[in-house]
Design a protein around this ligand. Sequence first.
Ligand SMILES: [Mn+2]
Length: 241
Amino acid sequence: MRIIIISDTHIKFNENEEDRARRARVTSFLQNLPSDTKLLVLNGDIFDLWFDWNNVIIAGYYDFIHELKSVINRGIKVVMLAGNHDFWFNGFLERLGIEIYSDYFITIDQQKQIYITHGDKHTSNDLRYFIFRFLLRNSLTKFIFNLVHPELSLNIGKKLSRSSRDRQDSPEITKRKNQGLIDFAKKKINEGYHFVIMGHAHNPQKIKIDDGYYLNSGDWIVHDSYIEITAGQAELKYYNQ
Ligand SMILES: [Mn+2]
């Protein structure tokens, strides 16, 4: 039995060649999951922007959502965690059978405790982002977004999503952010988790810390990387079609 974890696929609205090519790689990956996969964890920033209304879904995501549904139809449990691009869930994905978690997800394999979270909460020294995160995640912002016509709110959302992505960090800041994830992983390992798994950094990593491991699932913009856990072992892998 296998657990597969991916993050940071940043699927957009079928916008351009790069988006379509990335979506095709992720789709191929989903269609070729090993047949003994019991759990697929989508660990945040799967969609570059997510919002669902009571009766409206984003058309550009239709084919990708269909692929997620067919994973569920094959008997694989699908869990999705909020990222910093996709956190405004309103019930649609749950209706498909996807389990949604806004912060972290805990599971176990061969007596090994596994702690999974996207990671944006645990980067260090990023006050500007923490304020931004608070503003976006509060229910008043969501309520207002919900009242605006979908075409307009998606245009605003696309601009916000792009500006958060285009913000280029200096190597020094990137290093500090990665260190925040490692420090958090160490803390959880010392609480007794064997594997602490995050994404967000777009930097595939496997590091031994004390009695456990910190793994980062990387991204699908550059690395096409994922994590596979089987028989109590976790490996960082790269998908080749
Ligand atoms: Mn992220």
